[in-house]
Design a binder for this molecule. Sequence first.
Ligand SMILES: [Zn+2]
Length: 251
Amino acid sequence: MVGDVQLTATVEVFLFALLTAVATGIGALPFLFVKDLTRSWLGASNAVAAGLMLSASFGLLYEGVGYGLLRTLVGASTGLVFIVLVRRFLQRDEHPAVFAQMTDLDARKALLIVGVMTMHSFTEGVGLGVSFGGGIELGLFITLAIAVHNIPEGLAISLVLVPRGVSWSRAAFWSIFSSLPQPLMAVPAFVFVETFKPLLPYGLGFAAGAMIWMVFSELMPDALDEASANLVAIIITLSVLAMVAFQVLIR
Ligand SMILES: [Zn+2]
């Protein structure tokens, strides 16, 4: 009997976490209506993506600090070292095959953003599973929070991909793909909640470290290539403010 109850609950956790992944695809939907997002939009859209990601990173850091400052900082430093090494490795790679239709440089950038966003979803999946360990009500609340928070993340991914020639449906696919670790990690985290809980601040910090690096190494320089520093700064500031307001409102 107990085994059956546990199995049903585990399947439920998986399905709820899958729902959060699908929500990420909603972020690509605006591009169904905005047809002519050409390269000239790259400056502005990279600036918006930079603001959204910068703000999201600090959200992760503050969440991690709630569990433990030192573990969060260790995680963030590890995330930074990791992403720097990944970029170095990618530069040696001939051409990332998944974005075959792009130039080398664009394909590398597309792979980096999808990669970073996918990595940070592992931690969110763990957070989701752990929260279900604290009861169905807490779990449902966190599911909703992560699902809604995934929408601007899908938007950030699409903002980087679509001006580089990726269709809205493929951008939606990559957005959902980036959140697939959520259902995959939620299940083991729910079943082995006591093992996973102490690891959360490391994961939250790790994701934040990699994402902050991404903002300043990739998104901002790209934005500055295409638009004036003043415009980029204005857009980033407004995007940070919008994301902070959004994160507070969904809490
Ligand atoms: Zn996130």
